[in-house]
Write a protein that binds this ligand. Structure first.
Ligand SMILES: Nc1ncnc2c1ncn2[C@@H]1O[C@H](COP(=O)(O)OP(=O)(O)OP(=O)(O)O)[C@@H](O)[C@H]1O
Length: 260
């Protein structure tokens, strides 16, 4: 699906990413982790086509990103970046409808697609509210609905070939909403969608990801399934935090607690 080979990104004299290689398969949730400034957002922007890598290649379904016709690319991959503000007094359903711009749908089809994704993120009852009047977490859920509708416009069950990039999509959410969104992402991957998701929460990442990619100072330090991290010191070495590694009580997966 997405094949990234020996990707490097240089900004002036700084190497922000160096020799990153990974594959994202159909139906896979790849979670990208790493300390502040590690290069996660830069990697997301390169892979999504917003930044041009200095070296390396990015193929989406065997075609390089630059060779994809723009509208077809917009129908196949959606990108949710951090810190999005809407400078106009748009209503929630109007913000979500921005995600439908690559598609030609009837008004009825648009309304259905928008209602479906707002239901998925539990925001249908806010459809007519002015977006800027929502809380931070509510705004984040609406923005997630906007990128979801871009990939689910026709309500198709099989989402193979659809690629979603998310940069910290749960950073403003409470515990219940974090779980709802992570379960929703899992449901999307079960329908075939591929998801590249930057997170800071190691415990959620380990629970939900199929694969973890951990980067530090622009380089890969871990690229494998979460369970392979069991009883390693990768997290402690990468984050330099004083942590205790424990076993999840219901799954054979590592989790972390702060020592105090
Ligand atoms: N346009 C730019 N000019 C100079 N430095 C930049 C630019 N964009 C990013 N950087 C630097 O590149 C590094 C990686 O930034 P990036 O935003 O990718 O990190 P991140 O891993 O997403 O961090 P965080 O967890 O804090 O969001 C940082 O040190 C950042 O300051």
């Amino acid at each position: 699906m997405l094949k990234v080979t020996q990707l490097s990104y240089q900004h002036q004299r700084d190497t922000l990413l160096s020799d990153i290689t990974f594959d994202l398969l159909a139906g896979e949730l790849l979670v990208v982790l790493g300390p502040n400034g590690a290069g996660k957002s830069t990697l997301l922007k390169c892979c999504a086509g917003t930044l041009k890598p200095s070296q390396g290649s990015i193929h989406l379904n065997n075609t390089t990103l630059e060779q994809w016709p723009l509208n077809e690319l917009a129908q196949s991959r959606a990108v949710l970046t951090q810190q999005l503000s809407i400078p106009f007094a748009l209503r929630v359903h109007e913000v979500v409808s921005l995600g439908l711009s690559p598609w030609s749908l009837t008004i009825k089809e648009q309304d259905k697609a928008i209602t479906d994704v707002l239901n998925m993120v539990g925001m249908a009852h806010f459809s007519d509210r002015v977006f800027n009047s929502l809380s931070g977490g509510e705004q984040q859920r609406v923005q997630l609905a906007r990128v979801l509708v871009q990939l689910l416009a026709h309500g198709e069950q099989d989402l193979t070939g659809k690629l979603l990039f998310l940069d910290e999509p749960i950073s403003a959410l409470d515990l219940q909403q974090q779980q709802i969104v992570m379960r929703l992402l899992k449901t999307m991957t079960e329908r075939g969608m591929s998801i590249f998701c930057v997170l800071h929460d190691l415990n959620l990442a380990t629970l939900y990801a199929d694969t973890l990619l951990i980067i530090e100072r622009g380089e890969t330090v871990y690229y494998a399934t979460p369970s392979k991290m069991h009883h390693t010191s990768v997290v402690e070495n990468t984050y330099k935090a004083d942590l205790i590694q424990i076993d999840h009580s219901e799954k054979p997966l590592p989790q972390w607690q702060f020592r105090h």
